[in-house]
Design a protein around this ligand. Structure first.
Ligand code: FES
Ligand code: FES
Length: 178
């Protein structure tokens, strides 16, 4: 029998994987066909990540994979083996909301909240790369997400607010050290 045949897994067979979830090493078993979104929720109990369309359209399942926003419904759990995965839970590690989450609350940028975890994760990644975006850029970034409640305007306002506050803080720190 060839090696290729030997390596074929049987239906229902589980594979152990280990990843770093929000800074903590976590392990679990999954089937080779299991989606990362399902593994995060059901295998690791991190249910902050939501699942909507399961085919990459709505953005609800967005997490960070090695620091970059990605749809967890478009990845297999086994592909996350050995990688760093960050979810919305990681934005409030000490049960204290981060600045992005606080801005969403201030601007009423969520209603039912189903889309919110994914949007927050996309915004967190985006603001690292584009710290001072225009409204148009924020709207373009949000076009990868579906929110059926807010009409997007308060979300845009929250993101621009965070960007402006971060810019002001960075400016103040620079002035301090000048
Ligand atoms: S559930 Fe992943 S994009 Fe909709
Ligand atoms: S707040 Fe309900 S879908 Fe966005």
């Amino acid at each position: 029998m060839s090696n290729t045949t030997n390596n074929i897994m049987r239906h229902g067979e589980q594979q152990r994987i280990t990843l770093t979830l929000n800074g903590r090493e976590r392990s679990g078993h999954c089937e080779p066909r299991e989606l990362l979104s399902d593994f995060i929720r059901h295998g690791l109990g991190a249910t902050g990540t939501h699942v909507g369309c399961e085919h990459g359209v709505c953005g609800a399942c967005t997490v960070h994979v090695d620091g970059v926003a990605a749809r967890s419904c478009l990845m297999l759990a086994v592909q996350a083996d050995g990688r760093r995965i960050d979810t919305v839970e990681g934005l409030a590690p000490e049960q204290t909301l981060g600045d992005l989450q606080q801005a969403f609350a201030r601007h009423h940028a969520l209603q039912c909240g189903f889309c919110t975890a994914g949007i927050l994760m996309s915004c967190a990644d985006y603001l690292q790369r584009v710290p001072d975006p225009s409204e148009e850029q924020v709207r373009e970034m949000l076009s990868g997400h579906i929110c059926r409640c807010t009409g997007y305007t308060p979300i845009v306002a929250a993101v621009l607010d965070v960007a402006a506050r971060r810019q002001a803080e960075a400016g103040a720190k620079e002035a301090e050290h000048a």
